[in-house]
Design a binder for this molecule. Structure first.
Ligand code: NCD
Ligand code: ZN
Length: 347
């Protein structure tokens, strides 16, 4: 007999949908599962104003499958010249639900990001005052810092000073990957939360090299050690409201992944909720799943949980699907770690 579980419809608090043909191709995978998603603004050019956000939101709405209730929540891409006045006005009318800090050069399309955190201090001041959340890509970009230590060094050099200077600024430490990060969030108060991705629940850095170098396991921040993954597991199943799901589903065409200088980003939307459920089952924590996927994130952003539910079922055989979707003349491959997937969305 199949095991089934029903949970309040989840939200995705960190999603890259891109634009144009790619948007049309990837959006149905998220809309099928999630009620809402916080949409990352790292388009080219980036979503830096309320006007750009509104037209992007409209394009997303237009690309939705008929009858879908999926709600995109927009974010503002912070640059050195973001104005606190614009942020204030845009947040007041909910044109933005958060502002995203990409340290310049940290990840895909972050070239226009912030070069020195002090440059956005007036903006952070305003955000603290109005209660607008700051979503943070928590890695330093100094090439001298080992890539596996960039999250830990970010805490020390950037996050800790920001927390000290703006203790009531709501911050989301995005896609947490390290034990240092988990320990840090646990030590802090309710103003600091963190998202956790499906892939960081599954991968370690070994997966990047298993069977030969594999760009489909490459994202930023990069997956880390077994000890780090264990800490991520503990945080996810802790029942602590400060840890919730953000898939960081980040599609790239195969031609951008399968080359020297492979793009960072894992397209996991179609398998995201199945894999998260599977990890929670393996950790004997299915009773903690709904809080992590459907309640805590909404609470942090000031929403009620969604009004509908989804049902997942454990299959006897690994889930079979075409592990790629077509986009124009290319394909985007779906996240397929070594572990076979048994949980599937049935309703
Ligand atoms: C993301 C992307 O491709 O936009 N890539 C990634 O590896 N996660 C950007 C990001 O969130 O860092
Ligand atoms: Zn991301």
């Amino acid at each position: 007999m199949n095991t089934e579980i029903s949970i309040i419809r989840p939200d995705d608090w960190h999603l890259h949908l891109r634009d144009g043909e790619m948007l049309g191709a990837v959006l149905p995978s998220s809309a099928r599962i999630y009620g809402r998603a916080l949409i990352m603004p790292n388009l080219v050019p980036p979503v830096t104003t309320a006007k750009l956000a509104e037209s992007y939101r409209k394009r997303i709405k237009e690309a939705l499958p008929e009858g879908s209730d999926f709600k995109p929540l927009m974010t503002c891409y912070l640059t050195d010249s973001t104005s606190e006045k614009d942020i204030h006005t845009a947040y007041a009318v909910k044109a933005f639900h958060a502002a995203k800090l990409f340290p310049s050069g940290a990840t895909t399309n972050s070239e226009n990001g912030v070069t020195d955190i002090k440059n956005v201090y007036p903006v952070l001041e305003a955000m603290q005052e109005i209660g607008m959340p700051l979503s943070v890509h928590g890695e330093v970009t100094d090439p001298e810092v080992d890539i596996f230590d960039r999250e830990a060094v970010f805490i020390e050099q950037v996050l800790e000073p920001v927390r000290r200077d703006f203790p009531e600024l709501k911050i989301i430490f995005e896609h947490l990957t390290s034990k240092s990060g988990v320990d840090y969030v646990f030590e802090q108060d309710e103003y600091l939360a963190a998202t956790i991705t499906p892939h960081h629940l599954l991968l370690t850095r070994n997966d990047l090299f298993a069977g030969g170098m594999n760009p489909y396991m490459y994202c930023l921040p990069v997956a880390k050690t077994f000890e780090d993954r264990e800490a991520i597991h503990k945080a996810a199943i802790s029942g602590d409201k400060r840890f919730f799901l953000g898939t960081d589903s980040a599609p790239h065409p195969a031609r951008m992944k399968e080359k020297v200088g492979a793009a960072a980003g894992i397209f996991n939307a179609p398998t995201s909720i199945g894999y998260v459920t599977q990890v929670f089952e393996e950790l004997d924590a299915l009773d903690k799943l709904e809080g992590f996927t459907s309640i805590y994130g909404a609470g942090f952003y000031g929403f009620l949980p969604n009004g509908s539910t989804i049902t997942l079922a454990k299959q006897e055989e690994p889930v079979e699907m075409n592990w790629q979707i077509k986009v124009g003349g290319d394909v985007v491959k779906i996240f397929k770690p070594d572990t076979p997937l048994f949980w599937d969305l049935v309703d």
